[in-house]
Design a protein around this ligand. Structure first.
Ligand code: ZN
Length: 235
């Protein structure tokens, strides 16, 4: 009997060790990670990352690659996507660069099988919420501002929100959307590339529970590379 107990304990120990080795393969912060909600609850995507959806070349034929996702919808003002902190903003410029902008660092965002900090940059705002300031914490209930068409080039495209997602939280104010430095942001001539950026529609998810009850539609055009799947969901 004693030998059987010893054997049973040994088997249990092996199972526990195996279980621990499985868990150790998962990032330690996965349990505390957050999903990022879409910036606009009832969204129509009008142009995808790197021109994967239509409308961009047609409206701004000289601009080339699109390093974010454009969207419209309601409500406007729109809200933050989760828990984060404001890294920078520009409340005043309306006709230069990308217009009024906000950059937020979201912490422990679940992306694939890992959690990581991400920067989301919001461009072309008609207004930045007066309560926002650098260093302020945000959550799903925090208004970011009203989307619009401020900045050079984008006035002809009508009111929309341009969002871009960057894994580089150190050089968070570098964007390949700009050619050079303006309004607190830096561009391609300053070294900004798309090498650290992610497709926003692979990061944001539709929050299907109240009060957001998010929905999304994507416009298509056979002339351009198109996206075939909606963002993932969470509750
Ligand atoms: Zn855009």
């Amino acid at each position: 009997m004693k030998n059987k107990k010893t054997l049973a304990r040994l088997i249990t120990l092996v199972m526990v060790v195996n279980l621990l080795s499985v868990f150790s393969a998962i990032p330690t912060n996965a349990a505390s990670g957050q999903y990022l909600a879409m910036p606009i609850n009832k969204t129509t995507v009008t142009c995808g990352y790197k021109n994967e959806a239509p409308g961009y070349y047609k409206q701004v034929p000289s601009h080339g690659t699109h390093y974010g996702t454009d969207m419209t919808g309601s409500p406007n003002p729109f809200y933050a996507s989760g828990n984060g902190v404001v890294l920078g903003l520009n409340k005043t410029a309306a006709t230069t660069g990308v217009g009024r902008w906000v950059a937020i660092k979201y912490t422990n965002v679940i992306y694939g099988n890992v959690c990581r900090d991400l920067v989301v940059r919001y461009f072309h705002l008609a207004s930045v919420d007066p309560n926002l300031s650098v260093g302020k914490s945000v959550n799903l209930n925090t208004k970011i501002g009203t989307y619009g068409n401020s900045g050079v080039l984008w006035q002809q495209m009508g009111a929309h929100l341009h969002v871009e997602v960057d894994t580089d939280v150190v050089y968070w104010n570098y964007t390949p959307t700009l050619s050079g430095a303006v309004d607190g942001l830096k561009g391609r001539s300053n070294g900004a590339t798309d090498s650290t950026m992610l497709n926003p529609l692979n990061v944001f998810r539709l929050k299907k529970s109240a009060p957001e009850n998010q929905t999304c539609s994507i416009t298509y055009n056979a002339d351009y590379r198109t996206r075939t799947s909606l963002p993932a969901t969470f509750t």
